[in-house]
Design a protein around this ligand. Sequence first.
Ligand code: C2E
Ligand code: CA
Ligand code: CA
Ligand code: CA
Length: 275
Amino acid sequence: AKSTGKGDYAWFEFAMEEKADRQRILREELSTALEKNQLYLNYQPIVCTRTRKIICFEALLRWEHPTRGLISPDEFIPVAESSGLIEPIGRWVLQQACAEATKWPNTIRVAVNLSPRQFTGFGLAADVMRALEQSRLSPHRLELEITESIFLTDTQENVRILNQLKHLGIHIALDDFGTGYSSLAYLRCFSFNKLKIDRSFISDMSSTPENLAIVRAVIGLGKSFGAVVTAEGVETEDEMACVTQEGCDQAQGYLLGRPMTAHAVGDMLVSLPTN
Ligand code: C2E
Ligand code: CA
Ligand code: CA
Ligand code: CA
């Protein structure tokens, strides 16, 4: 067989170096992105499966870089987390999302993603309360999305913070459910208001028996814990029919609406029939 090992390795080393370089540059540029107004939020609707009425908008962070263009949060959030920049950026996201939601009908919530790194500093609960106070948004209209990775370290302390937030009336959702470390034990530590089933299980659900089985099990689990179950990444009418049929309460995905600017949300809400 032809040996390409050496060449492949050189290429691999080069690619690694490039990635490290790019991350270093991104970290530097991200540190001024906030003050340069390069960050903004998009909002994606989450609807009731039965009525298709909007229940919530999830705030999704965007970085419009002046020369590189739009950078995906999947690329820059990890950079923000490893550099500590997630703390000021996370605070800004909370304030911005709460302020925006006060312009919507008061039946509609806003969901904000929290990084595990925001739990390690001391001020998360205080930051959330300040964002609510400054915007005068009711705590009942705020939902916080976390992933199970926050249970890997400082479990008791993080559960204490979650309970503190929940007692204010804020909803707590478990994001990307079914991916990651997949130990169900943490479901005993904290009682979530919502489970969001990851998109990877929703795709091809009707033609992939394994996905359907997992979705069914998660819905049953969610129901038995008294949690609302949301299907993420619904892209087709077929998937929508399937998640509705299986008993998902809510759905989110390109079929129901793409992430859009705050301005587009405003336009969409005025064009909706009242009740
Ligand atoms: P996530 O929280 O799981 O957000 C859902 C992602 O799926 C979003 O990607 C959304 O645009 C995308 N999506 C929604 N519906 C569909 C669909 O039907 N098909 C497909 N293919 N994708 C769909 P986005 O906006 O690129 O965000 C990626 C991730 O970045 C988020 O995943 C979240 O983990 C993180 N993120 C975004 N904004 C924030 C933030 O403000 N703070 C933190 N800590 N993380 C954030
Ligand atoms: Ca999310
Ligand atoms: Ca998710
Ligand atoms: Ca995700």
